[in-house]
Ligand binder design. Structure first.
Ligand SMILES: [Zn+2]
Length: 418
């Protein structure tokens, strides 16, 4: 009676009944206690072929298999299940269909589902430890569940997208992610970041989808630009603030900081120890200069930044021009944005700081792609957020082992908001 009650509570094993329950206590080789449940087929249950699903009378033989189920009261739980091999008149030799066994037959469907649920929020390693199963098993279950849940992507009403590249493995390999902007939905992730690598997305989108597209946000990479132009000559291309400010940090602020450090180093001897102090201040200030000012919450950091800028005109100039450049993305009227740009450009050239002048002249021919942001505003946090999420997923070690799985994880992280 107790067995039947427990069986019913657990959800049971369709077509089988419980004949024995054993508890194997923990031992030096087996640190957790185990529960062993022996099952036998219910006599009235018809045997079905796992190939065609039809009832098959003839059994070839029966072999006992050990199958994992959900843990019972923290104890690792194993089932001993007699599995019949059949001679199906339609399929030939097959095994009996057992509806509650997972496709790989080494565990129950409900255990596989529990693993897949936990793998949505925890690193594989932790899920594997929790259930006492292998890393590879958890990965395969999660990958299959993600594939089934996400399915083929729906591209029927895609109008504004953003494209971005990211490094898969310390800059050795790259991939590209395509996001539908209004719904924050990842549409596509593919290997590589060259023109031909992203072509697959536009092929998937098809001619009608390409014609429907209105705007594409991207960084200043020529590869994306050319490929979008080839498929969708009519779309507005929008350069986003996140990438341009990052580029400004690398090409202007970093450069000026190094130039200034060197200039002060050369001036040593003429001046003395105060110079060395100034040099050290600039040299250690990379973080301070590249950080968004609003994020400097410690008063000491704000004071340091102020002193640093006061001591150095060049750094002060590039720093102020960075803040002003960001304002270009605030405009909603193209004419006003153009006026602001012209003024910014004049100041950049007038600074006579070579990295800043170079940056401004480089940007000038592409200013229409920034102005188009007035019509297609893209929230800065979108690409930044996706970038950060990808970094987190990479740290959880999905990254370099299996690209297809990694890409599914990225899609699952941005399923879209209605
Ligand atoms: Zn069959």
């Amino acid at each position: 009676m107790a067995y039947e009650e427990i069986t019913a509570l657990l959800g049971g094993w369709e077509g089988f009944e419980l004949v024995r329950v054993e508890r194997i206590p923990a031992s030096p080789t087996q640190p957790a206690p185990q529960i062993l449940l022996t099952l036998r087929p219910v006599s009235t249950h018809a045997t079905r072929c796992s190939g065609c699903g039809e009832i098959v009378a003839e059994r070839h033989d029966v072999a006992e298999r050990r199958v994992r189920d959900l843990p019972i009261l923290e104890a690792e739980t194993w089932l001993v299940v007699p599995r019949a091999r059949l001679r199906c008149p339609r399929c030939g030799p097959t095994v009996e269909a057992v509806p509650w066994l997972d496709r790989y037959q080494r565990m129950t469907t409900r255990l596989a589902e529990a693993i897949a649920r936990l793998a949505q929020v925890l690193p594989i390693k932790h899920v594997a430890q929790w259930f006492g199963v292998g890393w590879e098993t958890v990965k395969q279950i999660d990958k299959r569940a993600l594939g089934a849940r996400l399915g083929p992507v729906d591209l029927t009403d895609v109008r504004v997208i953003a494209m971005d590249e990211f490094a898969i493995q310390r800059g050795h390999r790259y991939a590209t992610v395509v996001v539908e902007v209004p719904h924050k939905r990842v549409l596509w992730v593919g290997r590589g970041h060259r023109r031909e690598d992203v072509r697959a997305f536009f092929t998937l989108l098809g001619p009608a989808g390409c014609a429907r597209l209105e705007a594409v946000a991207m960084d200043m990479s020529a590869a994306f630009f050319e490929e979008v132009r080839a498929h969708c000559p009519h779309v507005a291309i929008v350069y986003d603030l996140f990438h341009i400010v990052a580029k400004y940090g690398r090409e202007v602020i970093d450069r000026v900081r190094v130039d200034e450090t060197n200039r002060i180093a050369q001036a040593r001897g003429r001046w003395n120890s105060p110079t060395r102090d100034r040099r050290r201040v600039i040299k250690g200030a990379r973080w301070l200069l590249l950080r968004n000012k609003a994020h400097l919450t410690r008063p000491a950091d704000r004071v340091r930044l102020r002193d640093l800028l006061a001591a150095n005109r060049a750094l002060f100039t590039v720093y102020v021009l960075k803040d002003d450049l960001k304002q270009l993305w605030q405009y909603r009227y193209p004419a006003a944005a153009r006026r602001f740009w012209t003024a910014w450009y004049r100041r950049a050239v007038a600074s006579r700081l070579p990295p800043l002048v170079r940056f401004a002249k480089n940007l000038a021919p592409r200013i229409e792609q920034i102005i188009s942001h007035c019509r297609y505003p893209l929230h800065t946090s979108l690409l930044e957020g996706i970038n950060n999420k990808i970094k987190v997923l990479k740290r959880m070690a999905y990254g370099y082992r299996d690209d297809a799985y990694f890409f599914l994880k990225i899609r699952a992280a941005f399923p879209g908001i209605p």
